[in-house]
Structure formats: structure tokens, C-alpha cells
Design a protein around this ligand. Structure first.
Ligand code: GDP
Length: 326
């Protein structure tokens, strides 16, 4: 039994900022089952990096709850290639949305950080208190610093003004509407696509970046959405909270799982010329589980479901039931 909520969401106007992304869409699906009034605004109508426009839109729509899921995100290569955008866009979105929310009296705000904000060489599993205790991983430093600023913006508003602004650190996420681009996406969707294409073409070898030894934890975005609602209701603290599943695997194990799921039977070759990134980043989830939330979707089941979604949405003849890339 979960304890009585600290914050009652019912009847509230809830703005999901970033509703077209993988996380935002999952939040909308989950929130559509709640008695709330959902607010969204397309990017073409509101640029979240423009403070005056953000304030004008918020004045008109008066959100009481804000979930800040809008961010410039990408895999290890996208981060390495475009540090300027990862730093500047994320800083600007956070600054404008969080400060406008404070100025306009938003009752509750949830900011989504990321597990990559922790120091590179953290003891495992990573506890929230390890934040800012050591140097960051080079490959996503710009993104991590921007996200750390977002956490601090929430904390400052809490400390100085008593706002109920909270922040969470989700682990690597995956699910429908992910970025399946093999160059810019994260490892799980990138490999789903690469193995699928290799199988479809009858290739005998698939290249996986790095050594295969880094360990990563993956959480289905539906589990994340449930966790976010849970935190809105049951969490209010200045120390941000981890969201993960508490279990990780090596990139090699992930690649083998994806090969099995996609039906690819050829060789897997690791390319050590590509960066590995952080060696491991498994989150300690004891704080959020103590609040009564637990992940529900086992990894293999989640990957199978995501692969089905990919087949239905990314392949030309999916409508005919064929598993062929365009
Ligand atoms: P990270 O968790 O921030 O490092 O982000 P990624 O999801 O991009 O990468 C996770 C790990 O998967 C890294 O060690 C990558 O080198 C490895 N990896 C292996 N193949 C791929 C791939 O095709 N795409 C991506 N993005 N990463 C890959």
C-alpha cells in the first residue's frame, strides 16, 4: 500500500514540456489515464529557449504542474559532435521554463536530469549523494553540466523561495518513439536498427562500437512515466532522486540479446576505435523504491515490444507485415 499523496494531482492543469519526445509521449499516455487537464504546445508554436514567449504562453494557460521533459538528447556520438547545442539548448530551456514556473506560481515542477551527471568513476551502485564528488565523463560533459544546472535551479528555488520543485535522474531509457538513427541514437535503439538491417540484408557481420565491456542499465519509458507520476505525488525533497531498475548488463550482453530478438545470426564485431564512455553507471534506487515505486517491465520483454514498435513504424512494408527496411 502506498502512503497518502503529499501532492494531489487530480483536477490539475499539467503541462508536459517536450511532449513530442520519447519521454514526453510516454508521460502523455500515462497522464491521459488521470483526472488532470493536459497542456501541450508544439515546438513550432513555442520555442522553449525564448523566455518572453514561454512566460506569455504560461500566463495564458496557467499550468499548475510542470514536467520538464524537453531537452536536446542523443547518444555518445551526437554528444561528441555537438557539445555547443547540448550545453546551450539545455541550459536555456531549463533556465526559461524553471524561472517562469517560479515567477508564475507553478505549484509543482518535476525536472528530468540524467544518470550521466554523476562523476565518471563513482562507486556502484550510484547513490544520489555522489553528485559533484568527482570529474565527469568526457564524452557527455556538456550535456551533464547543463543537466546539473537544471538540478541546481530547482534546488535554489526550493531553498530561497520554498517552491515545490523536484528533480530526478533517470537511467538510460528506451521504448517507442526513441531515436533509432544508428549514428545519433543511444545504443539500444541504434543496435536494434543495425541488427534488424543486417538480418534483412543477410549480412554476416555487425559492428558494435567500443569494447563491449561498458555496463549500462536500461529502463523502459513506460516505467519512467509511472515513476514520474509517483514522484509528483509522493516526493518533495531538495536532493534529486534516481530512477532506474537497479540492474545492468554489458554492451556485449545487450548486443547478444538484441541479435537474438531481431533474429540476426551472424558475427558481432566490436570496434575499439569507437569510444566506450563511462565504464559503468548503475543507479542505487533504494530511495525511490522506499517510496513505493518499482519497475515493471523486464528488459527482454521491453526490447521485444520496442522492436515490434520499430517494425511497425520504421519499415516501409510494415503495414503488409514484412520486416524489410526501405
Ligand atoms: P552513454 O550511455 O551516454 O555512453 O550513451 P550511448 O547509449 O550512446 O552508449 C552506450 C555504450 O554503448 C557506449 O559504450 C557505446 O560505445 C556503446 N555502443 C555500442 N554500439 C553503439 C551504437 O551503435 N550506438 C551508440 N550510441 N552506442 C553504442
Amino acid at each position: 500500500m502506498t502512503a497518502a499523496a503529499l501532492y494531489d494531482l487530480s483536477g490539475k492543469r499539467v503541462w508536459v514540456a517536450g511532449h513530442r519526445g520519447m519521454v514526453g509521449r510516454a508521460l502523455l499516455r500515462r497522464l491521459s489515464r488521470e483526472a488532470v487537464e493536459l497542456l501541450t504546445v508544439p515546438r513550432e508554436e513555442l520555442d522553449l529557449t525564448e523566455g518572453a514567449a514561454v512566460r506569455a504562453w504560461m500566463r495564458r494557460h496557467r499550468p499548475q504542474v510542470v514536467i520538464l521533459a524537453a531537452a536536446r538528447v542523443g547518444g555518445i556520438l551526437a554528444n561528441a559532435r555537438r557539445p555547443v547545442e547540448f550545453l546551450e539548448q539545455n541550459l536555456r530551456i531549463e533556465l526559461e521554463v524553471i524561472s517562469a514556473s517560479a515567477e508564475l506560481g507553478v505549484e509543482k515542477l518535476l525536472f528530468l536530469g540524467s544518470s550521466c551527471i554523476y562523476p565518471r568513476d563513482c562507486p556502484q551502485p550510484i547513490r544520489e549523494e555522489y553528485l559533484l564528488t568527482g570529474p565527469l565523463e568526457e564524452t557527455n560533459r556538456a550535456y551533464a553540466l547543463a543537466k546539473i544546472c537544471g538540478l541546481e535551479l530547482c534546488r535554489a528555488r526550493r531553498r530561497q523561495e520554498g517552491r515545490d520543485f523536484i528533480a530526478c535522474m533517470p537511467t538510460n531509457l528506451y521504448g517507442p518513439h526513441d531515436d533509432f538513427d544508428p549514428e545519433t541514437g543511444h545504443v539500444l535503439p541504434a543496435l536494434l536498427r543495425r541488427f534488424h538491417e543486417a538480418k534483412s540484408r543477410g549480412d554476416t557481420e555487425v559492428v558494435v562500437w567500443g569494447s563491449g565491456t561498458p555496463r549500462r542499465e536500461f529502463l523502459h519509458v513506460e516505467d519512467l512515466a509511472e515513476a514520474c507520476l509517483h514522484l509528483l505525488r509522493h516526493f518533495s525533497d531538495e536532493i534529486p532522486i534516481n530512477i532506474g531498475c537497479g540492474r545492468d548488463l554489458t554492451i556485449r550482453e545487450l548486443a547478444e540479446t538484441i541479435a537474438r530478438i531481431t533474429g540476426y545470426r551472424g558475427r558481432i564485431r566490436f570496434d575499439p576505435a569507437r569510444p566506450d564512455g563511462t565504464p559503468e553507471k548503475r543507479l542505487d534506487i533504494s530511495r525511490i523504491t522506499a517510496l513505493g515505486w518499482r519497475p515493471q517491465i523486464p528488459l527482454e520483454e521491453g526490447i521485444r515490444e520496442t522492436y515490434r514498435w520499430f517494425l511497425a513504424h520504421h519499415t516501409a512494408r510494415a503495414a503488409d507485415g514484412a520486416e524489410q527496411m526501405p
